[in-house]
Design a protein. Structure first.
Length: 294
């Protein structure tokens, strides 16, 4: 898959999941219009949609139809959106800008942002539960674990505790493996579960891939925080340094961090070997993750 083909595939998948997300808000008589508006702002205003794209790519690699992948892809993006709304709050990172737009609590207010995040999280499970998939229980458990105390929320707690500290590379990997990596692993597993049963050995291959690229994604994000600009990133550049957050460039140097991201991507691509040619789009996505500019 060349660069133009990858770009077209990414655009098509983003448009597909965006249509699914838009449909959740259309022709709806909302009892709390301000809440509804804040939720829309949190999930529909921009975004790379990398996690839903991974759901589609993993599912297709194992033979799933796009229609069956829509709900898990949308559910995962709703969880990601809720996490960003809460991550931006004054009690967390206190960010003013997200995806090139003012953050939800800046547009509305802090209380509404908290409640909008809560509602986006609940909506994610409502969307997933509505599929009636034969492996729904496993899919719900996958998403819940990735989002909760053993996944993303645990990672956010570790992230807050690390501010001003001096963790080593292993501790930083543990923190990011929860905060960022958990949803990326869930994306790949959810796509796989749509297609195959839990005992299918190809799921293990996908999980090895996801563990490596999830960390590569975060390493590259740390690099972009140093090298990127606010307009391109859609959020304040240099924010990690301003908050005295430990990052891969601070521990490994900029070139060391870039080398680490490349190493992780190749590790992830190697894990896909049992899937053969069907995994080629996943390999291209892995490389894209450390070549993106935002």
């Amino acid at each position: 898959m060349n660069a133009d083909m990858l770009a077209a595939r990414l655009a098509a998948d983003r448009a597909r999941v965006d249509a699914c997300l838009e449909a959740l808000f259309e022709t709806r008589q909302a009892p709390a219009p301000r809440l509804e508006a804040a939720m829309r702002h949190g999930v529909l205003v921009g975004g790379k949609r990398l996690r839903p794209v991974l759901v589609y790519a993993a599912g297709r690699a194992l033979g799933a139809a796009d229609e069956a992948l829509d709900a898990p892809a949308a559910a995962l993006e709703l969880i990601h959106a809720y996490s960003l709304v809460h991550d931006d709050l004054p009690a967390m990172d206190d960010d003013d800008l997200r995806r090139g737009q003012p953050t939800v609590h800046r547009v509305y207010d802090e209380a509404t942002a908290i409640l909008a995040g809560d509602a986006l999280q609940a909506l994610a499970f409502e969307v997933l539960a509505g599929t009636g998939h034969p492996r729904l229980s496993a899919m719900v458990a996958t998403l819940a674990r990735a989002a909760g105390r053993d996944g993303m929320v645990a990672g956010q707690v570790l992230d807050l505790a690390a501010v001003g500290g001096h963790p080593d590379v292993a501790a930083l990997a543990t923190m990011h493996g929860h905060k960022t990596g958990a949803l990326i692993r869930a994306a790949v597993r959810l796509g796989g579960l749509v297609a195959v049963t839990e005992d299918d050995p190809r799921l293990a291959a996908l999980e090895g891939y996801a563990a490596a690229i999830g960390l590569a994604f975060q390493v590259h994000d740390d690099v972009l925080d140093v090298t990127g600009d606010t307009a391109t990133l859609g959020k304040a550049s240099g924010a990690d340094a301003a908050r005295d957050k430990p990052t891969y460039p601070t521990l490994l140097g900029l070139e060391g961090a870039r080398a680490k991201a490349r190493e992780l991507v190749e590790e992830g691509v190697a894990a896909l070997a049992p899937l053969g040619a069907s995994a080629a789009p996943l390999a291209e996505l892995a490389r894209y993750m450390i070549e993106r500019d935002h």
